[in-house]
Design a protein around this ligand. Structure first.
Ligand code: ADP
Length: 173
């Protein structure tokens, strides 16, 4: 029987670390749905349709990987799409703590669903969506950490919001 897995998260925006986990999950499971959580507790820089569109563009080359938005409990979404597996990425010990807590709660809510954690690739182990937002907001480079079109969308969003860091005077004079 074909195994479907979901890879849930905020993806605000999608990074190379996310793409790496999603692609590796797609090499293990028959079908993977990258599930974009509509209403995370954190403040978002991109709307749900924007996060979905960027994730779709980023994983377009992987045939058994699709992107869908969802609201409500992750386990409910998993059951709705017939997924028995929730994939998560692990970077540091701090992730392990959070992921274990969440996995135990999810098992209580839906005992039939297994959480599978994939360990990050070393070059993305320090990478998080919030850190990349900070770097780009302050005018730093993001090559190799997010797709170029994501970096561009972030830069544009910070300019629109009037939050882009001004170019330092010593650079212009
Ligand atoms: P959340 O909103 O739960 O923090 P994110 O959208 O930030 O989720 O990330 C979704 C999943 O991807 C989480 O399991 C997170 O640990 C994982 N992840 C995020 N960045 C990386 C990375 N650089 N390498 C591996 N996994 C990552």
């Amino acid at each position: 029987m074909a195994t479907t897995a979901i890879y849930p998260g905020s993806f605000d925006p999608i990074t190379m670390g996310h793409i790496d986990i999603a692609t590796r999950a797609a090499a293990i499971f028959d079908q993977v749905i990258l599930a974009v959580y509509d209403t995370p507790a954190k403040s978002l820089i991109f709307s749900t349709p924007e996060r979905v569109a960027m994730a779709e563009q980023a994983v377009a080359g992987v045939s058994n990987l699709e992107v869908q938005p969802y609201t409500g409990l992750t386990v409910d979404f998993a059951q709705r799409v017939g997924a028995k597996v929730i994939v998560r990425g692990l970077r540091a010990v701090s992730d392990f703590e959070v992921e274990t807590q969440m996995a135990l709660m999810n098992r209580r809510l839906a005992p039939g669903i297994e959480v599978v954690c994939l360990v990050t690739n070393l070059q993305y182990s320090f990478l998080s969506a919030s850190l990349i937002k900070e770097v780009i907001k302050l005018g730093g480079p993001a090559q190799g950490l997010v797709p170029d079109f994501v970096a561009e969308a972030l830069r544009q969003r910070f300019v629109e919001r009037g939050e882009a860091a001004p170019v330092p005077r010593w650079l212009t004079s």
